[in-house]
Ligand binder design. Structure first.
Ligand SMILES: [Ca+2]
Length: 107
C-alpha cells in the first residue's frame, strides 16, 4: 500500500499532466488555471494586478526561458508553497484565511 507521501507525489504528477496534456509543459494560461483550480487554499490571487503578478511568477519559475513550465520548474512552485505551509503550520487549518496564504502574488 502506498504511503501518504507517495500518494501525494503521484497526485502532483497527475495534476501537472491534467493541465499540461501530452506535451508535458504548462503554458502561462495553463499554469494560471492550475493555480486557480488546484492551489487556491494555499495561494491568494489578488484581482488587482493579477496578470502582472502571474507574469512575474511565470518568469521566476521558467528557469530555462522557453516560455513554458516543465515538471522540474513546476515542482519548484510546489516546494515553495509547501515550505510556506510548513512555516504557517497549515496542515490542520484548511481552509486558510487570506492572510495565511502565500504572499507571492501580493505586489
Ligand atoms: Ca521552462
Amino acid at each position: 500500500m502506498p504511503s501518504y507521501l507517495e500518494v501525494g507525489m503521484v497526485t502532483i504528477i497527475r495534476v501537472f499532466h491534467k493541465y499540461s496534456g501530452l506535451k508535458g509543459k504548462l503554458k502561462k494560461a495553463e499554469l494560471k488555471d492550475l493555480i486557480n483550480n488546484e492551489m487556491n487554499h494555499f495561494i491568494m490571487v489578488k484581482q488587482h494586478n493579477k496578470n502582472e503578478t502571474l507574469d512575474e511568477l511565470f518568469a521566476d519559475l521558467d528557469q530555462n526561458g522557453d516560455l513554458e513550465i516543465d515538471f522540474k520548474e513546476f515542482i519548484t512552485l510546489i516546494a515553495m508553497v509547501t515550505s510556506h505551509a510548513v512555516h504557517r503550520n497549515l496542515q490542520t487549518k484548511l481552509p486558510l484565511q487570506d492572510k495565511q496564504k502565500i504572499a507571492y502574488f501580493i505586489p
